[in-house]
Write a protein that binds this ligand. Structure first.
Ligand code: FAD
Length: 320
């Protein structure tokens, strides 16, 4: 069976959920080999969970240089592995970093790039990326006709399923080229929502829309989110109105989320918003307009004023 390289997405050895989705996707077309690029000791922390999602092999590229230099060490490691193993495909999370890695890797290896996949089909030599376009209105399938297909996979786009793998370790070098050292990360700080889970990782997301009315009033959304231990999201209208920062936008031009529970407060449910949250397992909508399209996809709906409903919900959740 052909190898499929999966770049492990982690922060300081804490694995991101999207990695399990990538390993699940990889199993559709071959045998997943996880690629861990990080500081020394990272792979040891991740190995067990990578095995639980079917990683047959774990390539370990550990060095003090691996994390300090933006995306280039990851591109270097993946490019070396593409040459060495001739995999069926390389799968990378379609995050801000992942998109840059995928693009650079495709250019470096002279390969075709398939972006923002929500599924993978086919087999080695005939890899097909499934993509959702026009706000989820159409599903298209694409193939690369040059080199090793490099596929960026949308976080939350598919369901992760467990399958035991051997996770056999193999060390690889991290070639820290001088060019890579021209820009160094000196520190990272979250801007807002520091203690909350990341939007695409959270099992509960509470989002606010234009109906929230102002940046100050977004506090009602945050309080409910904190009662649930949830991430906060926002519609584009809320972001464009300056109520909440752009990195929290959910939808076609924002992030895709697929939590166990999605709570939409004052969001009408435009197709572009739905594109980013409609695969959530349970959807609760609070909207004062009974005709709002969000109710078409909501499992539970409350027709009412969010400023009356959300605080009651916050209080109830807080009691449990
Ligand atoms: P509105 O449509 O204005 O809805 C506000 C809702 O709040 C209404 O239904 C109203 O009844 C309700 N409301 C008002 N006050 C209260 C209250 N007190 N209590 C309860 N309910 C109340 N949108 C996204 O969200 N994400 C995207 O990624 C995205 N990408 C886009 C890409 C393109 C190319 C385009 C053209 C559009 C995109 N949009 C996106 C915008 C999208 O079309 C909608 O304009 C947007 O989702 C509307 O946001 P909203 O539901 O918050 O606002």
């Amino acid at each position: 069976m052909s190898e499929v390289l999966v770049l492990v997405d982690h922060v300081d050895g804490e694995i991101k959920k999207v990695t399990f989705e990538l390993l699940t996707a990889a199993r559709q077309i071959g045998e997943p080999s996880a690629v861990v690029v990080g500081s020394p000791g990272t792979a040891a922390k991740l190995k067990e969970s990578l095995a639980a999602y079917g990683a047959a092999k774990v390539y370990v590229a550990e060095s003090d240089d691996a994390t300090g230099y933006l995306v280039t060490p990851k591109v270097d490691v993946l490019a070396a592995l593409v040459e060495k193993t001739a995999p069926a495909a390389v799968l990378v999370a379609a995050t801000a970093d992942g998109k840059e890695i995928a693009g650079r890797l495709a250019a470096r290896t002279g390969s075709g790039l398939l972006v923002d996949a929500i599924g993978i089909e086919g087999s080695a030599g005939d890899v097909v990326a499934v993509q959702s376009i026009f706000g989820g209105a159409f599903v298209v399938k694409s193939k690369s006709n040059k080199g090793t297909p490099i596929v960026s996979v949308r976080p939350g786009g598919l369901e992760a399923e467990q399958a035991q793998g051997a996770a056999a370790e193999e060390a690889v070098d991290v070639p820290a080229a001088d060019a890579a050292k021209s820009a160094r990360i000196t520190g990272q700080e979250p801007i807002v929502g520091g203690d909350r889970p990341e939007l695409t990782e959270a099992s509960v997301v509470v989002s606010g829309g234009r109906g929230v009315g102002s940046a100050e009033q977004f506090e009602v959304v945050e309080k409910l989110a904190d009662a649930f231990g949830a991430a906060v999201g926002a519609s584009r209208a809320a972001v464009d109105s300056g109520y909440y920062p752009p990195q929290f936008q959910v939808g076609q031009t924002g992030k895709t989320v697929s939590p166990q529970l999605y709570v939409a407060l004052g969001i009408s449910g435009a197709i572009q918003h739905r594109a980013g949250m409609q695969t959530s397992k349970t959807i609760i909508a609070v909207n004062k307009d009974a005709e709002a399209p969000i109710f078409e996809i909501a499992d539970f709906g409350v027709v009412g004023d969010l400023f009356a409903v959300a605080p009651q919900l916050t209080e109830e959740v807080g009691k449990r």
